[in-house]
Design a protein. Structure first.
Length: 276
């Protein structure tokens, strides 16, 4: 009888032990589930959490750095020249661009702003090539100032030039410059000569002097002149181009003498002129 009682007590204790173990195991699982819910990346106590993605921020900063590097402009050298044309002629406006490594830049889109008489302007976009840039419009007589910049942010271009259109037909005359002791070369009302020694302002001249005309005023305006100088030893020629200067009585182009050279020829461009 005592043995049976001991067996029953032992079985009861075993069931109690198994129940306690199961309860502890369930408690542990609940705690784990709660912990997992608290650690979820997008909520805490039912409220959303916004996490700062450091790697994404670094990536954005890198992108900004790359963009800044990519848009850093390469400064370019610009070669152009002022040109003169008669009215009604198409214009070949030449521009050459070299980068900071002195290499020609081709197929570059340029912005050209043409300012006429200081107020009216026209903007162009032109692609540069080996032949320069062409204007196919009839430009009005007077001076047109051209502002040149780049339409490509990769290149930094800044230059100015001018296009001068003669007031009416731009004419031309060529004259041999004689010894200054002889009568000056004279053609179409324009004289070419040079002075030296003790004379005032020694140099080479192309002149229209209206004081000898029938009404005392000039009727031609010198736009520009090209003077040719010959080396006294080896006969090598050099040229110097100058602009004309005009008042109501005289229109003149002038260049000073060059040591070791003699003026021999003049090309003169002029337009009709009457200030009255």
């Amino acid at each position: 009888m005592k043995k049976i009682l001991k067996i029953l007590i032992g079985i009861s204790l075993l069931f109690l032990l198994i129940g306690a173990v199961n309860a502890a195991d369930n408690s542990t699982k609940q705690s784990t589930v709660q912990d997992e819910q608290i650690d979820t990346p997008d909520s805490y106590n039912g409220k959303p959490i916004i996490w700062e993605d450091q790697s994404s921020q670094v990536s954005k900063n890198n992108q900004k750095t790359v963009q800044n590097t990519a848009t850093k402009a390469i400064k370019c050298k610009v070669k152009t020249h002022d040109i003169k044309r008669r009215q009604g002629k198409n214009i070949q406006f030449a521009v050459w661009i070299k980068d900071n490594k002195n290499k020609p830049v081709d197929n570059l889109k340029l912005k050209l702003k043409r300012v006429y008489k200081g107020h009216s302007y026209t903007s162009y976009i032109r692609t540069i090539s080996g032949e320069g840039i062409k204007f196919y419009s009839n430009l009005g007589s007077g001076k047109h100032k051209i502002y040149i910049t780049s339409a490509n942010p990769k290149y930094k271009v800044s230059a100015t030039s001018t296009i001068t259109i003669g007031n009416g037909k731009l004419s031309y005359v060529g004259l041999k410059i004689r010894n200054p002791n002889s009568y000056p070369a004279h053609k179409k009302g324009i004289s070419a000569y040079y002075t030296f020694g003790g004379q005032n302002n020694p140099g080479v001249y192309a002149t229209v002097d209206g004081r000898g005309s029938w009404d005392g005023y000039i009727h031609k305006k010198i736009v520009s002149a090209m003077f040719y100088f010959k080396n006294n030893k080896n006969s090598k020629l050099i040229t110097k181009k100058v602009k004309g200067h005009t008042n109501i009585y005289v229109s003149t182009a002038y260049y000073h003498l060059i040591n070791g050279y003699t003026p021999v020829y003049a090309k003169v461009w002029y337009t009709p002129y009457n200030n009255r």
